[in-house]
Design a protein around this ligand. Structure first.
Ligand SMILES: [Zn+2]
Length: 477
């Protein structure tokens, strides 16, 4: 690649406080439009905001988890602009003295660790929501004033894949803190991207564009990939890039120019006169620090160390906090010998049974029961892997143990030669050509015969034993 991409991401995050940032209105999602509003969040003259203490605590928690320095003195500012979803004609945000600065988040891609700098995490409030209809645009102010954090990364990201990893790691870390549901579909987590290209190996920054309107991590990745191609083509043909804001159109898979980007001076920031500045004391920071749990990166490293798992497996297991808790319970319930199998059952067959509304820990299966199933497959060889998957599904439906289901449905593997010999005889009689092929030294023919026996036994024959028996039988013939 002739060019290197320089990418910075801006993430907006809803904090899941019960009430809004500056008033007592509920933040509950999905309510009748304009029912969760009051003079403060509607910006009526004479109303006065009071900042939500819980939102400040959550904000500090996120800042600390992202390794930021929380500033002792911080204040709110007004960001002035006109838009129909903004009743006050300004957004309360932070400008020159943000809550926190100089953080970082480590991501891992293809086995390589990379540190992405975080410029700042600051507090602000959300705007309302416009609903466009055929002949009208409606506005819902329920979202107006919901506490937001803006998390701004340094332009340390160099590819769409790194951007994706950063977002996944950020989401996972924040979910561990229990301060946001990070649900992109509900708009609780939104991401804008800045991207420019420069000749590979140089340090000068090119003209950047801002990308908006991506509503999934994949959308961010696709939009960045598109923009890299578009900018590279323009640079190649000697065209001049403009610093503008572009919207991602997921259907057309392209970005469309929206407007030239505003600079900070366009917003005429000034200190919010209705809210006093905050002094954040050391002991407050120390107190909040204590509430931060083990985060995904540390948990992953511990899983690798304590359970001997690979980085790949550990990374999947720790992606969600609840999933990681469940996984660890399972790993503790099993024998040392079965740990890797249990982990593989969790990230494989068990994960396959989850859906967008039902995560691993919400499936009707206990850690004890999963460990029991793996034991039947691995140690006692009572059921095959394939039967194990069928049993697992039944376990999720009924909540019963693997042992009970295997007995009830008579699923145990047939390993005794007496029962297997008659099926083997049948298979040999029906497939003389395969028998001849095997005798002529074709190894595949043996596997074909084993397959026939498996089919005849409805998958219950123990394939290892069958293979041995056929080998012996044909050697004697
Ligand atoms: Zn309100």
């Amino acid at each position: 690649m002739k060019y290197e991409a320089v990418i910075g991401l801006e993430v907006h995050l809803h904090l899941n406080t019960r009430t809004k940032a500056f008033c007592g209105c509920s933040t509950e999602f999905g309510k009748e439009p304009n029912t969760q509003v009051c003079p403060v969040c509607l910006g009526f003259p004479g109303s006065l905001p009071v900042y939500n203490q819980a939102a400040l605590d959550y904000a500090i928690k996120v800042a600390l988890a992202l390794n930021c320095r929380v500033q002792e003195y911080t204040k709110f500012d007004r960001k002035n602009y006109f838009y129909p979803d903004l009743p006050k004609n300004y957004q309360v945000s932070q400008y020159d003295l943000p809550l926190s600065v100089h953080g970082f988040l480590d991501i891992e891609l293809n086995g390589q660790l990379k540190r992405i700098g975080i410029t700042r995490v600051h507090m602000e409030e959300d705007a309302g929501k416009l609903i466009h209809q055929e002949n009208a645009s409606l506005v819902d102010f329920n979202r107006t004033g919901i506490p937001l954090l803006e998390i701004v990364s340094e332009p340390d990201i160099n590819s769409p894949e790194e951007a994706y990893e950063y977002l996944a790691m950020l989401k996972s870390t924040i979910q561990y803190l229990d301060v946001s549901d990070c649900d992109m579909e509900k708009g609780s987590l939104r991401c804008d991207a800045n991207i420019s290209l420069r000749p590979a190996g140089t340090k000068i920054l090119g003209v950047k564009t801002e990308l908006k309107n991506m509503n999934s991590f994949k959308g961010v990745k696709d939009a960045l990939s598109y923009e890299i191609r578009r900018q590279a083509e323009m640079l190649d043909s000697g065209e001049k890039l403009r610093q503008d804001t572009r919207l991602w159109d997921a259907k057309a898979q392209e970005t469309i120019a929206m407007r030239t980007k505003e600079g900070a001076k366009d917003y005429r920031y000034f200190p919010e006169p209705d809210l006093p500045p905050f002094i954040i004391k050391e002991d407050k920071i120390a107190e909040i620090k204590k509430t931060i749990p083990e985060l995904p990166k540390e948990k992953m490293q511990r899983f690798i160390k304590d359970y001997g798992l690979t980085e790949y497996v550990a990374k999947i297991l720790v992606a969600s906090k609840q999933g990681a808790l469940f996984a660890e319970e399972c790993l503790k319930k099993t024998t040392d010998k079965n740990i890797k199998s249990v982990a593989n059952w969790i990230i494989g067959p068990l994960s396959a049974l989850t859906s967008s509304t039902c995560a691993i820990h919400e499936l009707n299966i206990s850690a004890d029961n999963l460990a029991g199933l793996v034991d039947l497959v691995e140690n006692e060889k009572i059921i095959s892997n394939l039967t194990g998957k069928i049993v697992l599904e039944e376990m999720c439906k009924t909540g019963k143990t693997a042992k009970a289901i295997v007995e009830e449905k008579n699923l145990a593997q047939i390993s005794d030669s007496q029962s297997l010999n008659s099926i083997i005889e049948e298979a040999i009689k029906e497939n003389p050509k395969s028998v001849a092929d095997f005798k002529a030294g074709k190894a595949n023919a043996l596997m074909f015969l084993v397959g026939q026996v498996m089919r005849k036994s409805s998958g219950k024959a123990n394939p290892k034993v069958v293979q041995e028996l056929i080998r012996k039988r044909l050697a004697n013939a």
